[in-house]
Ligand binder design. Structure first.
Ligand SMILES: CC(C)(COP(=O)(O)OP(=O)(O)OC[C@H]1O[C@@H](n2cnc3c(N)ncnc32)[C@H](O)[C@@H]1OP(=O)(O)O)[C@@H](O)C(=O)NCCC(=O)NCCS
Length: 177
């Protein structure tokens, strides 16, 4: 007779802590995949409740619309198959010849634990696989956590540009791959 009961190999235990126990060490645990339809909903919630999109009052439906266009460029980061964040990388963007990281978002309760660094490493890998030598991004200078994160990870400001959408200043940053 077969049962659904899972048998653990001797000497192992099922982790007692859920993935979002914020005391957990996430180093090296983030795995990447393309998003499923269900995960697209999760990413839309994540984007509309984070950073510049939240400040702009973007709704989950508007996030879904934007992310649907970006879907081919999305890498979803997961720990134990649970979404912890996502990053997008396109081959072309505002810097000629450079790949473009348009979105990088970590679930709010998991920030400052090295998850963003793992998302960034994934984006660098994707950009290298596109045969690019440089990756660029645009960031609101008022988004100090993001600017600190990019600086800590080797990005430098190459120009200050005016956003066509909002008329506000944006830093154009880049780094070699
Ligand atoms: C930007 C973001 C992706 C960083 O992710 P994260 O998981 O917090 O980053 P990490 O833990 O890997 O941080 C690595 C380094 O970045 C810097 N950093 C990250 N967040 C910081 C903050 N709030 N203040 C100062 N430095 C910060 C630090 O140098 C940090 O190293 P440390 O922990 O040794 O001090 C995350 O803050 C986020 O999702 N923000 C909301 C969405 C957003 O604004 N995205 C960018 C615009 S597209």
């Amino acid at each position: 007779m077969t049962t659904n009961k899972q048998v653990e190999p001797a000497g192992t235990t099922t982790p007692a802590v859920p993935p979002f126990d914020t005391t957990r060490d996430f180093t090296g645990l983030v795995k990447f995949a393309t998003p499923t339809d269900d995960e697209m909903q999760t990413l839309s919630q994540l984007r509309s409740s984070s950073g510049p999109w939240k400040d702009r009052g973007e709704t989950p439906a508007e996030s879904m619309e934007a992310l649907t266009k970006l879907r081919p460029y999305i890498s979803v980061g997961k720990v134990d198959n649970v979404v912890v964040g996502y990053v997008t990388v396109e081959r072309d963007g505002p810097v000629p010849g450079a790949s473009y990281m348009r979105n990088i978002v970590v679930k709010s309760e998991l920030r400052k634990k090295g998850v963003g660094r793992q998302l960034l490493d994934q984006s660098l890998k994707v950009a290298r696989d596109m045969n690019r030598k440089t990756i660029a991004l645009r960031v609101d200078p008022a988004n100090s956590s993001a600017v600190s994160f990019y600086r800590a990870n080797g990005f430098t400001t190459v120009a200050t540009v005016v956003s066509k959408k909002s008329g506000k200043l944006r830093l154009l940053m880049s780094r070699e791959l």
